[in-house]
Design a protein around this ligand. Sequence first.
Ligand code: ASP
Ligand code: MG
Length: 413
Amino acid sequence: MALIVQKYGGTSVGSVERIEAVADKIAGFRDKGDDIVVVVSAMSGETNRLVALAKEIMDQPTPREMDVLLSTGEQVTIALLCMALEKRGYGAHSFTGGQVRILTDDAHTKARIKEIDSSRIHAQLEQQNVVVVAGFQGVDEVGNITTLGRGGSDTTAVALAAALDADECQIYTDVKGVYTTDPRVVADARLLSTITFEEMLELASLGAKVLQIRSVEFAGKYRVPLRVLSSFEDDPGTLITLEEDSEMEDPSIAGIAFERDEAKLTVTGVPDVPGIAYKVIGPVGEAGIEVDVIVQNVGADGSNDITFTVKRNDSEKARKILQDVCTSLQAREVILDTKICKVSLVGVGMRSHAGIAAKMFKALADESINIQIITTSEIKISVVIEEKYLELAVRALHSAFNLGDPESSHSSK
Ligand code: ASP
Ligand code: MG
């Protein structure tokens, strides 16, 4: 017997039929004797629909009213799911965020959870009821409804699992789990049976959008065993673990992430004096533009080139800012390249396995793919390349590191 927190996302509860199917699934766990706390999202498309309604009235509705509006989506699903469970003869009890008391700060539309009072949940579990909690919402100190940012139900589930000291937090979604890379790009991308929190964070922030990043950070911090799995299939999915699995034969690489919508800016001929990187990057950051990969290099002639990447959407704005910087610093010119992408290899085993970078560069060289920028961290190597080679690069790396081979590293046993 275990205490399990299960989260069902928008597609899993996207229609009455699907809500009934989720109720069947939960019933199966109850029959085994597990205690179940369920967190649900709004029915798929509902939060977007509510956002659109608000936008019809005004471009920037006040955040407080936005939260009152958006929190209604989840309130619908908790009630419907409880009805479906009751129809099957299972006791069920719904709670909004405020009723549990999921206390957050007052940063409307992007609130952070401060504290959870689990007493009402425990009382319901003791009465053998399934507890169904609305994801994505809480209340601030004075009782205003708050929401946690898009995709926030994942974070509700992990936070509840931490507060309840649950045996596992299961995130049911419309994919089978976490893959070595995007299966739409590499047909034999493999479902990982385990991945570490660190790797998951790198993959999530690099563009593999399976879980809200904040929920993964939260799970790592509070040591919540987290599993991502499909609500439509009977498959154990991917377990996100604290430590790497020592039974893995070749634990070096977990997967390959990529980011398409990037652009690269270079300021050339910048004088080589202290403070220059700050003068170039500072104004871009102050304009609220997120700067990603940064390289600075002093050439043999003593002139300095500073290159960095930004989201493609922000690139024109960044170019204009740099043009002014360029003039004031008497640098040579600003070059914008909007046809680039970033591909990253992620794996905790890189720490202890030499030669991974060389192997990566060779695989790209064999395909005649030119590398424009290289950056590394402890468990990640990223390259910036021409966008048209993205798919080719991901496939080449996937096969060079044998990620598709069912016999290798992270596969199910
Ligand atoms: N319903 C919210 C959203 O669509 C929260 C969630 O689904 O996690 O962002
Ligand atoms: Mg979601």
